[in-house]
Ligand binder design. Sequence first.
Ligand code: GAP
Length: 582
Amino acid sequence: MSDETTSEKLTELAKRRGYFFQSSGAYGGVGGFYTFGPQGAALKGNLEDAWRERFALGEGNMEIDAPTIMPEPVFEASGHLAGFDDMLIECPECGTSTRADHLVEDNTDYEDAESLPIPEVEAVVAEYELACPECGAGLAGVAIEEFNLMFATSIGPGDSQPGYLRPETAQGIFVEFPRLKEYARNTLPFGVTQIGRAYRNEISPRRSIIRTREFTQAELELFVDPADDDPDLSAVADVPLTLYPASEQGADGSHLETTVGEAVADEVITDPWIAYFLGVSRTWYERVGVDMDRFRYRQHLAGERAHYAADCWDAESEIDGNWIEIAGFAHRGDYDLSKHGEHADERFTVFQQYDEPRTVERAVVDPEMSYLGPTFGGDAGAVVAALEELAETDPEAFDAETVTVAVGDDDHEIPVEQTGFALEEQTEAGEHVTPHVVEPSFGVDRTLYTVLHHAYSEDEVDGEERTYLALEPTVAPTFVGVFPLQRDDDLETEANTIAATLRERGLSVTYDSAGNIGRRYRRQDEVGTPFCVTVDYESLEDEAVTVRERDSTAQKRLPISDLAETFTALRSGSLSFDELEG
Ligand code: GAP
């Protein structure tokens, strides 16, 4: 076996067998953009379907499909315009831009340089005499800049308005909250999912499809009542978890083997919703083929969290000795809905009806307009609004003889007796609540990469080296290869009929009659096709075929009439090849 890393071998296999390759190769290609070939597109589709089945349908959530371009005010409100930056260091010799935190992490013992302030990163670059990865020129003393990762565009011709390609699918959900809450009949909790493209102008896209500039996210935004919407953890309490809590992330940090229930009881995971989704996602990742011995959940360090996140855990997979983030589970609090509520014209709250109407004391004002009008002229309306707001937010301000409100740059002093201030008893049916958001956010491309990397296998069959992808039948892009033993009209007719029958059942079938049967098996092994069917001369007599399983290469003889049903069961996981008689 060669010295190449699995990633290197996988990149070559992915291109040769149609999984993925760099886009626009005919024009020299451009960093950070990949095309999924026929196998890759099918695998991606299967992973998205599996995600949808579990996180949308399985949880009773609604799925939407929003545009990828959004106007500037959305990102002013969300904080992305001001804060969605990475640290950029530009080589003074060759002009190559590099992410400064990655440069530090790759060449020193620092694990989380992203959380350091820029001057500290500049100091580390100088102390370790770090150099440009492209030309080797020293970078000590070079200023590091904040670089906003959003792709800017303009919407419409002429005096077009600025827009951005969304850097996360989540914003497409948040901005539609005022309508989505109606579909949920104003009842919390409710969840909205979206699977779609996101765009980030990464400074240094790298490691194949792991860090690209256009990628697919599968996100769930769960809107919960901050007062009382805890999940029922009983269904996931026993799910095993490998955790890497923030407290363990030092020189000698170790993993904690626990369960969802124990992690909550021991307060390692403090938010029950995050615990719930770690449990659900762990089972899901295992189902789609992520190797659980190369998988963990890592808690973000305080300085590492996104601008909106109160707590965050990442799902990480091991790739050639490195841990990569494949999903984030964040508690975003009321950050997003509050911000959109402040900036937009609609309400980003839910009216929560009380079980019984409640009598509450409210501070109200009923200003004397015959005083305010002549005194404040055109400002009188604004003074009334300011008094109303002050009564609501700070009723004690009315305890004095006069009260002061600001209108524009001016402070106005008003005798309290002219404000009509009073405390009134009011009956209220409910209140407006800003929901909190719990967000499992999956990177589809990184999941796909992990599934392929963990499936990549080599062994020896009949004295020959073999490469195969041990993909789970549920997600394998091609489920079955159908072969006539050799080129012969009768065998080919029968094989084609079998292929057509299986396709009618919704299975992904490839038909191959080229080359010797061993070579055809090898081709399908490399693609990761779980099963192959060979039609031989006996098949024409006994109406049975040879079915070969990819990983074990074991073969069984099965009746043609049973194939569709058997394969459907094998694909869903309700039957295993070992259980088959034949
Ligand atoms: N809405 C939350 C959010 O976007 P994130 O951690 O920035 O959180 C979520 O992104 C997931 O998207 C990551 O865990 C990763 O799998 C994927 N992702 C982020 N940036 C990516 C990139 N440049 N290329 C490929 N996948 C990326």
